[in-house]
Ligand binder design. Structure first.
Ligand SMILES: C[S@@+](CC[C@H](N)C(=O)[O-])C[C@H]1O[C@@H](n2cnc3c(N)ncnc32)[C@H](O)[C@@H]1O
Length: 220
């Protein structure tokens, strides 16, 4: 597939994602459901149960970009969880949807100038980061390799850490819940990146993976 064809496909995919998520995230956030404003369900305990695992990838201080930051809840909570292990993280956010990003700016006015709107495949970050988190479904499957290389080359500082997460997609996206989250390690390996760490959260009842995270250090 030629690059213009792939770029059109990426644009169509992003437009589909934006249409699918925007109203749901914005209206949830507007009615005070901060978890729904980040595409999740439940309360702080369940949010922590699904997201704290990402904090394991942070082992030193630095700045961090959350690609697909939604209403900024992960920026807020993960920074606090990482601080518990003594590492000070400065969070930044990027979201495809201007309406969703605006909810993050409204909720987190002290960070408003570091929450940007844009498609990760086109956005040019004004600074480089020590850490970048991204979800595997930010792009169509066939563009994952391009996404990972783009994050490594254009978003991260030399020696920075790329953290890839896979969540079990909900009924909302698929029509029916998927059985398991994909393996972030396998995705990284398939694209030529060797993970230096990985972690996961499993459903205590079924044993199915709900969240799978893996991270790589990019070249110096
Ligand atoms: C499920 S939320 C993630 C919230 C939070 N980062 C977390 O991990 O829980 C996914 C967000 O990613 C955004 N997103 C999806 N594709 C994107 C892309 N290509 N570039 C930037 N943001 C994207 C969506 O608009 C949505 O707000």
């Amino acid at each position: 597939m030629s690059d213009p064809d792939r770029s059109n496909l990426d644009d169509e995919y992003c437009e589909r994602i934006r249409t699918l998520l925007e109203d749901a995230y914005v209206s949830a956030d507007e009615r005070g459901d901060v978890f729904g404003g980040s595409g999740s369900t439940g309360d702080l305990t369940s949010w922590e149960g699904k997201r704290r695992v990402i904090a394991l990838a942070f082992d030193r201080a630095g700045n961090w970009l959350d690609v697909g930051c939604a209403n900024g809840l992960l920026m807020e909570t993960l920074t606090a969880w990482v601080a518990e292990s003594g590492h000070r993280i400065e969070p930044y956010g990027l979201d495809l949807s201007e309406r969703i990003a605006e909810r993050a700016r409204l909720r987190l006015p002290h960070w408003a100038t570091r929450i940007w709107t844009g498609n990760v495949m086109k956005f040019e970050p004004p600074i480089r980061f020590d850490y970048v988190t991204a979800l595997s479904d930010a792009v169509p499957m066939q563009s994952r390799g391009t996404l990972l290389k783009r994050l490594a080359r254009r978003y991260l500082k030399p020696g920075g850490r790329l953290i890839l997460s896979c969540y079990r997609p909900g009924a909302f996206l698929l029509g029916k819940p998927a059985l398991e989250a994909e393996s972030a390690s396998e995705i990284l390996r398939a694209e030529g990146f060797e993970p230096v760490g990985e972690a996961e959260v499993r459903d205590p009842l079924t044993g199915a993976a709900k969240v799978r995270v893996a991270w790589v250090n990019v070249g110096r």
